[in-house]
Ligand binder design. Structure first.
Ligand SMILES: C[S@@+](CC[C@H](N)C(=O)[O-])C[C@H]1O[C@@H](n2cnc3c(N)ncnc32)[C@H](O)[C@@H]1O
Length: 197
C-alpha cells in the first residue's frame, strides 16, 4: 500500500471509530488546535457542510453553550446539536436564515466548499475561489467583530488575490495545510483570526 493510501485509510478508520462522517473532521480539529478558530460557547456557521464532518466537529468544539448551523446544496442527515439547511450559499436569503437561527452575529464562519469538479484544474480552481468570494459576502454580514473564519482554497492562479482580499478584513491570517489533508491535493486552508469587518 502506498503511503498516501495508508494515511487516507488511517483518517478514514479514525473517522469511523469516532463516529465522524468524513475524515475532513480531523482537518478542522488540527487547524483548531493550532489556531483556536472555535472555542466553547461559540456560534458557528458551516458553509458547504455535507456530509457533516466539520459540523460534527464544530458541535464538539463549541460545546453545550455553543450553537452550530450548516448549509449545503446536498441533503445532510440530521446532526445532534446542529441546525442544517439545504440551500445554495449564492442565494441572498441565506443571510436572513442564518440571522434568524442565531439571533445575533456568529463567532466563526467555516467554509470547506468544493464545486462539482470537472477534472480541468483551472476551471475547478476558479469556481472554488468564486464560491469563497460568495462566502465572504455572507461572512461580512453575519460574523461578529473579532470573530474567526477558515476557508478551503484550491491552490492556483487566483489564490493570492483571494488571500489579499480577505487579509484586509482580519487582524491575522495564515495559509496552511493540515497534515490530515493529502500532500498531493492542491487544497490549502486560509485561517483568519480577529474580524475587523
Ligand atoms: C468537501 S465537501 C464539504 C465536506 C464537509 N466539510 C465535511 O467535513 O463533511 C464540499 C461541499 O460544498 C458543497 N457546495 C458546493 N457548492 C455549494 C453551494 N453553492 N452552496 C452550498 N453548498 C455547496 C457541496 O455540495 C459539498 O457538499
Amino acid at each position: 500500500m502506498k503511503l498516501i493510501d495508508a494515511r487516507k485509510d488511517h483518517f478514514r478508520r479514525l473517522a469511523h471509530e469516532q463516529g465522524f462522517r468524513s475524515r475532513a473532521a480531523f482537518k478542522l480539529q488540527e487547524l483548531n488546535k493550532s489556531y483556536r478558530i472555535i472555542g466553547p460557547g461559540f456560534y458557528v456557521l458551516d458553509l458547504g457542510c455535507a456530509p457533516g464532518g466539520w459540523t460534527q466537529m464544530a458541535v464538539k468544539l463549541a460545546g453545550n453553550q455553543g450553537k452550530v448551523m450548516g448549509v449545503d446544496l446536498s441533503y445532510v442527515e440530521e446532526i445532534p446539536g446542529a441546525h442544517i439547511i439545504r440551500e445554495n450559499i449564492e442565494d441572498e436569503h441565506v443571510v436572513d436564515e442564518v440571522m434568524t437561527y442565531f439571533g445575533r452575529k456568529v463567532n466563526a464562519v467555516i467554509c470547506d466548499l468544493s464545486p462539482q469538479v470537472s477534472g480541468n484544474w483551472s476551471v475547478d480552481h476558479a469556481k472554488q475561489i468564486s464560491l469563497n468570494y460568495d462566502c465572504t459576502k455572507i461572512m461580512d454580514k453575519v460574523l461578529a467583530n473579532k470573530g474567526n473564519a477558515v476557508f478551503k482554497v484550491f491552490d492556483g492562479e487566483y489564490s493570492m488575490e483571494f488571500r489579499d482580499y480577505v487579509k484586509k478584513k482580519f487582524a491575522r491570517i495564515n495559509l496552511t495545510k493540515p497534515s490530515a489533508s493529502r500532500k498531493q491535493s492542491s487544497e490549502l486552508y486560509l485561517v483568519c483570526l480577529g474580524f475587523i469587518g
